[in-house]
Design a protein around this ligand. Sequence first.
Ligand code: PMP
Length: 359
Amino acid sequence: MTRRYNFCAGPASLPEPVLEIARDDMLDWHGTGLSLMEMSHRSPEVVGIVEHAEQTLRELLGIPDEYAVLFLQGGASTQFSAVPLNLLGDKGSADYANTGQWSKKAIAEGQRYCDVNVVASSQDTNFCTIPAQSDWTLGDDPAYLHYTPNETIGGVEFSWVPQTGVPIVADMSSTILSRPIRVEDFGVIYAGAQKNIGPAGLTLVIVRRDLFGSAHTLCPAMLNWQVAADNDSMYNTPPTFALYLADLVFSWVKDQGGLSAMETVNRRKAQKLYAAIDISSFYANPVELSSRSLMNIPFILADSNLDKLFLQESEAAGLLNLKGHRSVGGMRASLYNAVSEVAVDALVAFMQEFEQRNA
Ligand code: PMP
């Protein structure tokens, strides 16, 4: 068996030690004679795993007691609707920052439920910048402000948290657990799991409990955060196997030294790749320096006729999933937590060698 280096934007690389534990547990979880997948979600074993996952996550992110941790389904995309359905209350509008393709999707969904005030948009710079908050136009009486701290497709990332006096709602799908955050800065944090948390099929929502109680009467029970909290994320059958893997991933992150240690390695990885791109006229990254993402690094080749060859040869060299998003073209390397520094070194070495042969 040869494991390859996986730069996929999601579902993404998982830590190898986690996959090894899952393999060893597959047929008989801890002497129970059952696979974890075959157990009732209400069994003490599964309830214990979910409690442990929550506890470890609370430790990693420093989540205060006044925040509920919810493990849901439907992906981050379902939260695009759940956010307005839970938070609008009697307000008719919400603020949204538009910094890329995922912001746009959240905005489109928000518009079904309320007047969306776009506080700022970087669409005219092709989403290569983050507009400074001093240039934002805040709405009159918005229920909340929604933004996307890291845009997975464009590779732009906020290095600051907006301050607006209303609850801040952050789609952290592609940045969560990559570095420490101050949970207290946010009203709601949500994330699809399939980047830094675990496999697809699980969605994390962290919500300040005082925001409960405003859900729209038509909000489905399955999208109602308070219902999920009141039922310990077991209003219906949760994705038990994804939760088990997420629990293992959280423990792995803790073993690595937690989020500060993760950040140190992630910064080094990103810096190595950006340096390799910036030093060459063969490769380019279009994102303004101060808005560059730690996790998702798009880059183009000066001669796009070489794209196909680059992808063929990188794949043959064991470097997988470097094709850029279809809306952007070129290449993209996602450097989530489970992508090792060795993988990034191998990518950089390949890029330099490819350039020498083709420049
Ligand atoms: N938001 C961001 C920032 C994402 O990267 C993604 C998925 N790549 C989504 C939302 C959508 O997530 P899901 O597929 O879990 O609905």
